[in-house]
Design a binder for this molecule. Structure first.
Ligand SMILES: Cc1cc2nc3c(=O)[nH]c(=O)nc-3n(C[C@H](O)[C@H](O)[C@H](O)COP(=O)(O)OP(=O)(O)OC[C@H]3O[C@@H](n4cnc5c(N)ncnc54)[C@H](O)[C@@H]3O)c2cc1C
Length: 355
């Protein structure tokens, strides 16, 4: 940060290409040198590109990734150029599910491809995934599970024409969208700060192993007090709250005060088509499902709880009202004892309203 009292100076279109934490200097691509007293690393993530794995043909035109506004603008231009065409979506996570819905809404013939046995396996149970997969199928999205994309064919203009699958088949494609995950951008600081679980290790105030250097958002591996373990979280809610915590801690040090430890409740959400879900807590242990999870229902509304060692640790809700979402968040925070799983299934959301 440049000197300037309480002012915030915003310097756009400037990439930092070198960080030297020992001399507290940052160097930009244009050669400008910035010095600082306090450094906050908030470099976020970058997408994992299929070219990184050497997937043949992955550099064809009309294969898109989704990270920057620019990526979205390019996709919109392709949607207009390839009207009513075929789209293949690689990956069954957040990007895969949200972009499949967006392409279907834009009248594309959509096929999703992912290697796992069900979508969003890092969070969804098979029962939760079955609902979304059936709902997507009802809306005309085709799903090719359990197979990998191994390459792409393109025409003489270099435009992608088909997606080759490991099982030997090929899917015709005018547009391909790849959502196979992200990677935290920590390379500027490699060897200069301690790392853990793929991110930069911090304390409960987001200070790294180097005094005066903080890391927040996607790049931070921080102590998750609620579960007594360190985690890295790639979500907006944590990005905002971790930044706030770091600034509070920096101000507190200046003023000789003490800040409370960061005490984050994991929170994830997604919206696609007319669906909207929220999840709070930890998805570990046994699960129960409750409510109406029939994809044929006119207004399905269902949820799932995760229970470990007799305590409710995680709560998921599709189609909840703001009050109901607040109620499941409270459950995940308070971790009430669950005496009987069968009873819990029957009670469903009523259990949340009692706490
Ligand atoms: C398509 C998409 C959809 C998403 N949807 C959701 C959602 O619905 N809900 C949700 O909770 N989360 C969502 N996420 C995740 C969420 O966007 C991230 O967790 C969040 O943006 C992380 O914030 P951050 O500040 O750590 O990093 P970022 O928002 O990634 O910001 C990092 C910034 O640092 C800059 N930077 C990086 N390296 C350098 C350098 N060397 N020099 C200078 N500047 C640099 C980048 O250009 C960027 O401006 C989504 C992510 C993507 C890609």
């Amino acid at each position: 940060m440049r000197e300037g009292g309480d002012r915030i100076e915003l310097i756009l279109s400037t990439e930092i290409v070198k960080a030297d934490l020992a001399s507290k200097t940052l160097t930009s691509a244009a050669g400008a040198i910035f010095t600082y007293d306090i450094l906050i690393i908030a470099t976020g993530s970058t997408v994992i590109n299929l070219s990184d794995f050497g997937t043949p043909g992955a550099d064809a035109n009309n294969i898109f990734y989704m990270r920057e506004i620019d990526d979205a603008d390019k996709l919109v231009a392709a949607i207009q150029a390839k009207k009513n065409g075929k789209a293949v979506i690689v990956g069954g996570g957040y990007i895969g599910l949200e972009l499949s819905a967006a392409m279907k809404i834009n009248n594309f013939d959509v096929t999703m491809v992912y290697p796992e046995p069900w979508c969003m396996p890092r969070l969804f149970t098979p029962e939760i995934a079955a609902f979304y997969e059936s709902d997507y199928a009802n809306k005309g999205v085709k799903i090719d599970k359990g197979t990998l994309v191994v390459g792409f064919d393109s025409d003489t203009n270099g435009d992608v024409t088909s997606v080759k699958l490991k099982d030997g088949r090929a899917l015709a494609a005018d547009i391909v969208i790849v959502g196979v995950g992200g990677r935290p951008l920590t390379k500027l600081f490699k060897g200069q700060v301690e790392e853990e679980k793929g991110g930069i290790r911090t304390d409960a105030f987001f200070q790294t192993s180097v005094g005066g250097v903080y890391a927040v958002g996607d790049v931070a591996t921080f102590p998750l007090k609620l579960y007594n373990e360190t985690r890295r979280v790639e979500h907006v809610d944590h990005a905002r709250k971790s930044a706030e915590q770091a600034v509070k801690a920096i101000k507190a040090i200046e003023e000789g005060k003490v800040t409370d430890d960061y005490d984050y409740l994991p929170y994830f959400y997604s919206r696609s088509f007319d669906l909207s879900w929220q999840f709070y807590g930890d998805n570990v242990g046994e699960t129960v499902i409750f409510g109406d999870n029939d994809p044929a229902s006119s207004k399905p509304k269902f949820g799932s709880y995760w229970i470990k060692e007799g305590k409710l640790l995680g709560a998921f809700l599709e189609g909840g009202s703001p009050e109901e979402n607040t109620a499941i968040a409270k459950l995940a925070r308070l971790q009430p004892a669950v005496p009987d799983l069968e009873q819990l299934t029957k009670e469903g959301l009523t259990f949340a309203s009692k706490i």
